[in-house]
Design a binder for this molecule. Structure first.
Ligand code: GUN
Length: 298
């Protein structure tokens, strides 16, 4: 007899994002009605990577919908590090720019390290500057948490999933997601394991996870036999497989085994953009407080 599968809880980043973004929109309108300028985000795209272009377009559209002004800079793939640093220096000093986002990855000739260091930490809405990464280590609330880890944290909170005391296994140790997320989950008092490309027996670790988070970009890396019964599964991957958008997790096979899972699309993706909007609002509130005489307490 075939075993009856229980339907898991679908962790909808799309739904939660709509709710949070509506709150951001209202808050921004209140500031504007009281005479303050709009928050502003500068977005820099270097080169013509099609995926990066789609991500950047999504971010700009999301800004527009909540009343955040965006300033889009499209730079040629063959610019030098110095040329990009000049643009960033100008944006660092522009009053109406609260946040600066340089879409990664950058073309090979550009030093990612120099670019990240050049963004003023108060405008670093990606949270990639060592000062903000350091604040994540130090558990200082006034830093910027990178957008995807922030989005995942909010998604877990919304669905009442508390990482405290849980075994959280992160697959992928990248700079944008895996590493900062491991620090954030430690902050939330989880027992954290980070697996990566050199991990010898991935399944040995993933099977032990109460909360399994995969951020590798390898389509369908996580199979049914790698997931513990009743686990929570968070899928950060977005790839194309046979013309379909899929995640790191073999969703259709894994879903019958777990208690909760994010869909792709509609899971972590929209939460990343929402994290960016929240960081931009945070940067703005800090800056208008300093530069305005408004009585609004941001
Ligand atoms: N490339 C992939 N994800 C991100 C992100 O969160 N921020 C930036 N700047 N680039 C990315």
């Amino acid at each position: 007899m075939e075993e009856k599968m229980k339907e898991p809880l679908i962790l909808s980043g799309k739904e939660l994002s709509q709710k949070i973004r509506e709150g951001i929109r209202k808050e921004v309108e209140e500031y504007v009605s009281s005479g303050l300028r709009r928050p502003g985000l500068a977005v820099i795209l270097v080169g013509d990577d099609p995926a990066s272009r789609i991500y950047v377009k999504n971010k700009i559209n999301a800004c527009k919908k909540v009343g955040i002004e965006s300033f889009f800079y499209e730079l040629s793939s063959n610019i030098t590090t110095e040329e990009l640093l000049d643009t960033i220096a100008e944006l660092n000093s522009r009053e109406e720019v609260d946040g600066i986002l340089v879409q990664l990855p950058l073309p090979e000739q550009i030093s990612q390290e120099e670019v990240i260091l050049s963004i003023h930490p108060d405008k670093d809405v990606d949270g990639f500057h060592p000062q903000n990464m350091g604040k994540l280590v130090a558990r200082m609330e006034d830093g910027f948490i990178p957008c995807t880890p922030l989005g995942i944290d909010l998604l877990l909170k919304h669905y009442g999933i508390d990482p405290k005391g849980k075994d959280v296994v992160i697959v992928g140790a990248g700079f944008i997601v895996g590493r900062p997320l491991s620090l954030l989950m430690l902050w939330r008092d989880a027992t954290v394991t980070v697996c990566h490309i050199y991990t010898r027996d991935l399944k040995k670790y993933t099977l032990g996870a109460d909360i399994l988070i995969s951020a590798t970009g390898v389509p369908h890396l996580i199979k049914e036999d790698m997931v513990r019964e009743g686990a929570v599964v968070i899928d950060v991957g977005i790839s194309k497989l046979d013309g379909r958008i899929v995640g790191d997790v073999d969703f259709e096979r894994v879903k019958g085994k777990v208690s909760a899972i994010t869909p792709v699309p509609g899971g972590v993706g929209p939460m990343t953009v929402t994290g960016l909007l929240l960081n931009t609002l945070k940067a703005y509130k800090r800056r208008v407080k300093v530069h305005s005489t408004s009585t609004i307490k941001p």
